[in-house]
Design a protein around this ligand. Structure first.
Ligand code: CMC
Length: 375
């Protein structure tokens, strides 16, 4: 048996959801290039495409949007549960717990029933933003803001965070960010979702397990750490000494590197353009100059090893300009990625075999138990 740490290069499933070309920097969902979707689609349309395999017809999209809108509210019991969480706790932990709690409200015994599947998809896509925004309000000492029915999906989330209707450009950029983050093949959280799905548990447990996996700094948590790193660097002329020191100490540059890409992540290029669009409309962010200087110098030093900016490098700058608090960057990633997780949940159920890999045992050989006094 040959061990492949991190399962690098080991296929564990067939999939028709997302294709990555890591040498040419191309990404598509169900065959549609990400750049085209980010330009022309909406998040809910893209979620439908990912989960059901085809772009929706006008009627299908209208119904899906309406169903999601109808299910945005969460039970008072979930709001009360969120009130019991410590306000110093990380919002990803609150989200993981609240996503799992949905399983208490909706039956878990019908995962082969198309209606159950549709309703679970709608509920998860509808309620996750509400739960993220509710925890944000509660930890500030306010009551959660109820969803506003006449607002589209992305505008409604920004509204629930601030109680103000967002600027249309901000809402559009946010919706496009959700499209960009919606799916990325078998990353750690999606693999986690598929492993959980393979046990035939309910979709709320599938999503909760994926949320927990996304939270780590090597995965979705990196977007938060990028901003902390840019703040630590402080000024463009400090980039060289920071980078030399980081490389000497083998410290990772957050927002750089990817198992799949050997070039700049196509999503990073699109997000950088979104950041520039926001800066020209709402004013510059001094951290952007630090980011650009870091990108240029890091590429010259790490590019030869195939290390380039990934999706997390510019997303934090975009979210910062949209007024989203730093520790909500990863929950926002989860709001979007739930579409990909649910697409993989369905695909896994379509050809399921429980995941049960093997190991190479390196522990002690058989030995005899010793009583306490002779250890
Ligand atoms: N900065 C400096 N060196 C790096 C970086 C980086 N960001 N990423 C990889 N390397 C080096 C690493 O030190 C190692 O060097 P050596 O061979 O000399 O020991 C080599 O590249 C291979 O690194 P690895 O960690 O074994 O590669 P991986 O494919 O296991 O890891 C990664 C991929 C994304 C975890 C890694 O690049 C990383 O930790 N990046 C920083 C965190 C980050 O930005 N994560 C977001 C990933 S993209 C979005 C998402 O998945 O959510």
């Amino acid at each position: 048996m040959v061990l492949k740490p991190g399962l690098e290069g080991v296929p564990v499933t067939n999939s028709g959801i997302c294709e990555i070309n890591g040498t040419e920097g191309r990404l598509s969902y169900r065959g549609y290039p990400i750049s085209e979707l980010a330009q022309k689609s909406s998040f809910l349309e893209t979620a439908f495409l990912l989960i059901w395999g085809e772009l929706p017809t006008e009627n299908e999209l209208e119904k899906f949007e309406k169903d999601v809108q109808m299910h945005r509210r969460v039970s008072f019991r979930i709001r009360d549960m969120l009130k019991c969480f410590p306000e110093s706790g990380h919002p990803m932990d609150a989200l993981q717990a609240s996503a799992a709690s949905l399983g208490l409200f909706y039956s878990r015994r019908a995962i082969d029933d198309p209606k159950y599947i549709y309703d679970a998809v709608v509920r998860l896509i509808a309620k996750i933003p509400t739960m993220v925004a509710a925890f944000e309000q509660i930890r500030k000492g306010d009551d959660p803001i109820q969803p506003q029915d006449d607002l589209p999906y992305s505008s409604n989330f920004l509204y629930m965070l601030t109680e103000r209707e967002p600027n249309p450009l901000a809402a559009r950029v946010f919706d496009r960010c959700l499209i960009l983050h919606a799916e990325h093949s078998l990353n750690a959280s999606t693999f986690s979702a598929r492993v959980t799905a393979s046990t035939l548990t309910d979709p709320y447990a599938v999503v909760a397990s994926a949320v927990g996996t996304l939270a780590g700094p090597l995965h979705g948590g990196a977007n938060e750490d990028v901003i902390a790193m840019l703040e630590e660097i402080g000024r463009p002329d400090e980039v060289s000494s920071f980078l030399n020191d980081a490389i000497a100490k083998k410290r990772k540059i957050m927002g750089f590197g990817h198992r799949e890409y050997r070039v700049k992540d196509p999503r990073a290029t699109i997000l950088q353009a979104f950041a520039e669009e926001l800066f020209s409309e709402f004013g510059k962010d001094e951290m952007y100059e630090v980011a650009k200087a870091l990108e240029e110098e890091a590429i010259s030093k790490l590019g030869p090893k195939g290390i380039f900016p990934n999706v997390d490098f510019y997303s934090g700058l975009v979210y910062r300009k949209l007024g989203i608090p730093r520790d909500l960057f990863t929950p926002v990633f989860a709001i979007s990625r739930v579409a990909g997780w649910l697409a993989h949940w369905r695909e896994q159920l379509g050809a399921n075999r429980i995941f049960r890999p093997s190991q190479i045992y390196e522990g002690a050989k058989m030995r005899n138990w010793k009583p306490l006094e002779s250890r």
